[in-house]
Design a protein around this ligand. Structure first.
Ligand SMILES: Cc1cc2nc3c(=O)[nH]c(=O)nc-3n(C[C@H](O)[C@H](O)[C@H](O)COP(=O)(O)OP(=O)(O)OC[C@H]3O[C@@H](n4cnc5c(N)ncnc54)[C@H](O)[C@@H]3O)c2cc1C
Length: 366
């Protein structure tokens, strides 16, 4: 079989890249090793936070670009994916004022609040020393987003194939030869590799300049609450009264209020994961909920697991080497940007340069 572009990996990033490429008229094949809606990577479940608030203008402007592209996907796929409920950030004043400054410099609405005002507006949340609200934030439905990207890609002519694992990739004189787990050989002019936690193993030796990436198993917990879909998303920044420096994120979802410590899970091999949620880690999230989330029933946790793939500088990898474009290292904050990152991948395939922040090798710069 031959294809113009093969996208390997049907998580949110590969699916977005397939949508953008197919919409530009490319002949695209998307390969995903597992079944639709699987829960073994990073893009499953009912919710991900969407927010514009980052201390760095670079990420604020990237999130601003992502917003209309989510709306375009909703139109193209005929489904609602993003609910803007607003977001509450709280913690040390240095953290909230840096976010406030970055949002207002970008011309986006944001208001600083004190913990009493937070308690009045959102009685389920207890805020730390200082707080910030910005309305252009909320909840993406994760499973529905991945399905929507794939459906919209297919409507533009992409072939979406589940249950097909790319076992070997070899760069040839004019393109890439890809061998699947059933020994099918696919030859493509270009391959986009978006394999989440499998990136270190599939890409090592193939792409020079790939930064080291830690793959960890994170464990968010859902708690029952009244009207969870009305909750704002929230981030509790570490360093004030929060014992953990890691910070805590949360949001309302169809499964309850989701709460997790950011990036504290153990390193894992994505093909050899343990037996599911760790009881001690669940207790720590319950203890957090008891202290800071009076609006949830902290006695009834439901835990889930998910992979983070993290580079040393926490920036993503979005770059091209010859016929291979890499999308990797999206850690715990990539989902919100997926609608625009697929566009960046399509640009790379068409020969446009990468953002230096996301580059491979020595060109990688802040
Ligand atoms: C607990 C948790 C909470 C998060 N919360 C947020 C949030 O609130 N907001 C936010 O913006 N981001 C959040 N993120 C981050 C975001 O979800 C991830 O950055 C994003 O989902 C990464 O997507 P991906 O496509 O790179 O990886 P994945 O979703 O893992 O997709 C990679 C896919 O490639 C497939 N694959 C691998 N190898 C092969 C192969 N050889 N052949 C074929 N297929 C292959 C895998 O099966 C997988 O489906 C969170 C992440 C986690 C884990």
């Amino acid at each position: 079989m031959t294809a113009d572009v093969v996208v390997v990996g049907g998580g949110v990033m590969g699916s977005s890249a397939a949508w953008h490429l197919a919409a530009r008229g490319r002949r695209v094949t998307l390969l995903e090793q597992f079944a639709p809606g699987h829960g073994r990577g990073s893009s499953h479940g009912s919710s991900r936070i969407f927010r514009l608030a980052y201390p760095e203008p670079f990420y604020v402007s990237l999130a601003v670009r992502a917003l209309p592209l989510w709306r375009r996907l909703e139109e193209d796929a005929g489904t609602k994916l993003l609910d803007l409920t607003g977001a509450v950030d709280h913690g040390p004043a240095a953290a909230t004022s840096a976010l406030h400054q970055a949002l207002t410099a970008a011309g986006r609405p944001a208001e600083l609040l004190d913990p009493t005002q937070v308690a009045e507006r959102w009685p389920g949340l207890r805020a730390d020393t200082s707080a910030l609200f910005h309305p252009e934030a909320g909840r993406l439905h994760a499973d529905d987003s991945v399905a929507a990207f794939q459906r919209a890609a297919a409507a533009h002519g992409a072939q979406v194939r589940h249950g097909v694992r790319a076992s070997r990739l070899t760069v040839r004189d004019r393109g890439v030869e890809l061998v699947t787990d059933s020994e099918e050989v696919i030859v493509a002019e270009h391959v986009v590799v978006a394999v989440g936690g499998w990136a270190p193993s599939l890409l090592s030796g193939l792409v020079p300049g790939l930064p080291p990436m830690r793959v960890t198993e994170e464990q968010p917990v859902h708690f029952p609450a009244a009207a969870p879909l009305d909750w704002p998303s929230f981030i509790h920044h570490g360093g004030a009264r929060l014992d953990s420096e890691a910070g805590v994120y949360g949001l309302g979802s169809a499964d309850g209020v989701k709460v997790g410590f950011h990036g504290v899970g153990p390193v894992v091999d994505p093909d050899r994961r343990g037996g599911g949620p760790d009881a001690r880690a669940v207790e720590q999230v319950q203890e957090y909920a008891r202290r800071w989330l009076p609006g949830v029933d902290h006695t009834t946790p439901t835990a889930t697991t998910c992979l983070y793939t993290t580079t040393p500088d926490h920036d993503f990898v979005i770059d091209r080497r010859g016929p291979v474009t890499v999308l990797a290292g999206f850690s715990g904050h990539g989902f919100k940007f997926a609608s625009v990152l697929g566009e960046l991948a399509a640009d790379l395939v068409e020969g446009h340069p990468a953002a230096s922040r996301f580059a491979l090798g020595a060109a990688r710069a802040r």
